[in-house]
Design a protein around this ligand. Structure first.
Ligand code: SF4
Length: 227
């Protein structure tokens, strides 16, 4: 989308004092304020506002169920179309990548504190970004040979291009995060060993077991169910 289209979307926002859209966002993104910045063409400031609560802007902008969340709570939706918040967030996230706007560190005081994050999906990546911003030394342990989790293994490319995932994650890794892949808890990774080395361990492996259809034969060997 170009800036003209983005300005047209942003111009529909009423800058509501009560911020109902923010209340509808599970991350509590300050949507009202970031849209105000977009209206003034202060795109970098809009990015910094989003950064307070999300480091996955280009991803959330594309795949969040906005109609049930922020857009579903937008006052404009009562009599007409809600503000298309997803497109605005995507635009800012993509702009941050194109312009190499970093995720800045807030302080370095805690760099002697080490945190192990088990699971390199969206939760693990987000947690490590905010910990690293605060100065912690963070390492992600991931069971697959690449990080991204559900973003990579559960969402098709046409909905979420791999390039967007890769570039978004790279911005987080630029904070100086270490990664160890092919590390599976309980297999070649042991909690008691991690406890000796790390000050804290965060378990972020998500819910990655598929729902069952509960039909006869679905557990048979070589039986694969595809949508
Ligand atoms: S509720 Fe809608 S109109 Fe009001 S500030 Fe949020 S996005 Fe803008």
């Amino acid at each position: 989308m170009d800036k003209e289209e983005i300005q047209e979307i942003a111009s529909k926002c009423l800058s509501c004092n009560a911020k109902p859209c923010r209340k509808g966002c599970p991350l509590t993104n300050d949507i009202t304020e970031f849209i105000k910045c977009i209206k003034k063409e202060k795109y970098r400031e809009a990015y910094e506002i989003l950064l307070d609560t999300t480091i996955l802007q280009p991803i959330c902008g594309r795949i969040c169920p906005h109609k049930k969340q922020c857009q579903g709570s937008c006052i404009k939706g009562i009599k007409g179309d809600a503000v298309d918040i997803g497109k605005l967030e995507t635009f800012i996230g993509d702009m941050a990548i194109e312009n190499n706007w970093p995720i800045k560190k807030i302080d370095e005081k805690l760099k002697n504190k080490k945190v192990a994050i088990i699971g390199g999906g969206p939760a693990g990546i987000t947690a490590c970004a905010y910990l690293a911003r605060r100065g912690f030394s963070v390492k992600i342990f991931e069971k697959h040979n690449n990080i991204g989790g559900l973003l990579v293994h559960g969402i098709p490319d046409f909905r979420l291009p791999r390039k967007v995932i890769k570039e978004t994650i790279q911005k987080v890794l630029d904070l100086g995060i270490e990664i160890a892949t092919n590390q599976e808890l309980g297999v070649n990774l042991k909690l008691d060993e991690l406890e000796k080395e790390y000050d804290a361990i965060l378990l972020c492996f998500g819910a990655n077991i598929s729902s069952k259809m509960n039909i006869e034969g679905e557990d048979l060997k070589r039986c694969i169910w595809r949508k």
